[in-house]
Design a protein around this ligand. Sequence first.
Ligand code: GDP
Length: 195
Amino acid sequence: YKVNKAQFLLCAAWKSQWPNHQLPEICLAGRSNVGKSSLINTLTNHQKLAKVSGTPGKTRTLNFFNINDEICLVDVPGYGYAKVSDAIKESFADMIDTYLRDRELMRGLILIVDYRHKPTHDDIQMYQYAKYYQIPVIVVATKEDKLKRNDLNKNEKRIKETLDFQKGDMFVRFSSLNKVGIEELWQDILKLCHL
Ligand code: GDP
């Protein structure tokens, strides 16, 4: 899949601010510092589209990106950042819950996890959120470059077991550093968008 156009559309804290378009939307979530911004930049081949590691946990809005006037990627703020208050955590949960529940254009969730580690409590919660609303999920295990070859299958199995990974969901091995998994991830996205 070739990205000719990747454009920041808007950021939204409230439902009333969501873009008024007809593009299928795919949202991306993951804990702070997992490599989500890098993944968005790598995937779109636009090195500054999403900001890489400014202050973690700072952006608290949904960021919408138009890709080729065909697909809209929605960047969900990183979760699990310890320093934000409970009130902010609650408003985050509200924002993402409203989006997952009410956004009719939404076609699937990309859940980004660290390939090296067992998914965290927050990762599991995010996955279960999606499953509760019957949203298809692409689990992307990133920082693949940091694993030894022997651990690739072992860690994939551990991630799937921890999440209680459902049949029909997808799993992609990804590395922004080594540009691994880009085409496979696009194919999965296109499938979810029926493109
Ligand atoms: P975000 O907070 O989830 O948006 O994470 P960032 O994209 O800002 O990345 C967090 C850190 O992980 C940065 O230091 C990145 O350089 C690093 N990183 C991101 N993706 C990869 C990857 O695929 N491989 C390696 N080795 N490092 C990565």
